[in-house]
Design a protein around this ligand. Structure first.
Ligand code: FES
Ligand SMILES: [Fe+2]
Length: 399
């Protein structure tokens, strides 16, 4: 067991309990303001895609989607076609899903299992390492150096049951610096052995409008009064590792753990809340007849006012027959909540901001998660490629 991660979880639980007893939360120094134009400006949007989504490692797959050698996933992320493959050696690699002959997309979007990938245009064939292993009618075609015409490899890291891919093959980012130790906490879930129960895509507003909602407990008993209910606690505590944030609330029930050895405090209890991964993932925990999380992967759409969210309902174990209906219900509810409550509100918010009625929007002292997120977005927009590692190492922008 990683004792340090367990200790950090215990400390967070103690902090949560102390706040519950005192009736307090952490607050930022002041109310934050973000220009409304940040959600509307198409030029800025292009810069965000370029400087954030194409430079920051993105969680493009879950290890549970690639359970065995030969399993692959093909998808589009931030306008880039990507192929992710678990090789015969168990290592996950990823590539631009672009044939080196004339650029056709080699593998259709989706998941599957294959030993080799044959391009649908002229059948050039690649193996799981991306090597070009077959050329149709090579004598007719003429001389090419196969070693130089494999698929273009992308920086790929599998940690904590998640697969991060960088969309810039030329960018050698300090991945450990980017994670800032957060992976040691995420590892405690053990996601690599969890079960993918269901997946769907939900269309939403500007990616930052959508992401603001994932860092926001303040709205829960209001916007979600008919679903999660009006009694849902809405006072958040945030903990940050670099740009990544965990959100939970003051929790009086941690008092039950007091008097038992801290090493025995059950991690399922300590890992509650929402774990976000900058710039585009939220992992929300649930306890409904077994542990489950909703993993939401957000991607900017084609225009500033659109986004696509891939939702995966991941369960600690596959539901037994009598648990299946309950899991189905929960997965449906979460789709409904995000589509009809969060994103329906976000899409109206987007239209309202486009009227120009507001110069800026506000993030309260209780909305530190949103304040921190927007500060990180600014920092990365300003950083040049050679300053990216330093930008991630520069500490908490809220101080
Ligand atoms: S473009 Fe792929 S084989 Fe021709
Ligand atoms: Fe919400």
């Amino acid at each position: 067991m990683n004792d340090l991660a367990h200790k950090q979880l215990v400390q967070m639980a103690q902090r949560s309990l102390a706040h519950a007893r005192a009736g307090t939360i952490d607050q930022t120094d002041g109310v934050g303001r973000v220009p409304a134009a940040n959600y509307l400006d198409p030029d800025r949007f292009e810069r965000e895609v370029d400087r954030i989504f194409r430079r920051t490692p993105l969680v493009l797959a879950l290890s549970a989607e690639l359970p065995a050698p030969g399993c692959y996933k093909a998808l589009e992320a931030a306008g880039r076609p990507v192929l992710i493959v678990r090789g015969p050696d168990g290592t996950v690699r990823s590539f631009f899903n672009t044939c080196s002959h004339r650029g056709a997309q080699v593998v259709a979007e989706g998941t599957g299992k294959a030993r080799r990938f044959s391009c649908p245009y002229h059948a050039w064939t690649y193996d799981a390492q991306g090597a070009l292993v077959g050329i149709l009618a090579p004598d007719d075609f003429g001389e090419v150096d196969r070693a130089c015409h494999g698929l273009t490899a992308l920086p790929t890291h599998e940690r904590a049951g998640l697969v991060w891919v960088g969309l810039r093959p030329d960018l050698d980012l300090d991945f450990g610096g980017f994670l800032a130790g957060y992976d040691a906490l995420l590892e405690r879930f053990g996601f690599e052995t969890w079960h993918v129960f269901g997946q769907r895509e939900v269309a939403g507003p500007n990616w930052k409008i959508a992401y603001d909602g994932y860092l926001d407990l303040y709205h829960l008993p209001i916007l979600h009064k008919d679903t999660f209910g009006p009694d849902f606690p809405n006072r958040p505590l945030y903990t940050a590792w670099g740009p990544h944030q965990r959100m939970d609330g003051p929790n009086p029930s941690h008092a039950k753990l007091e008097g038992t050895p801290e090493a025995d405090w059950p991690e399922a209890r300590l890992l509650t809340g929402v774990w976000t991964i900058f710039p585009h993932v939220s992992i929300a925990t649930f306890e409904t007849g077994g542990r489950a999380v909703l993993v939401s992967q957000l991607f900017p759409g084609e225009t500033v006012g659109t986004s696509i969210t891939r939702q995966t309902y991941l369960m600690e174990r596959a539901p037994a027959d009598d648990e299946r209906a309950g899991a189905e219900q929960m997965f449906e509810l979460l789709g409904h909540v995000v589509r009809e409550e969060d994103y329906a509100t976000g899409l109206r918010q987007q239209r309202a901001l486009a009227t120009g009625a507001l110069d800026e929007v506000l993030f309260g002292r209780n909305e530190g998660g949103g304040q921190r997120f927007h500060a990180w977005v600014e920092r990365l927009l300003e950083a040049d490629d050679e300053d990216l590692d330093a930008a991630f190492a520069a500490g908490d922008p809220l101080g």
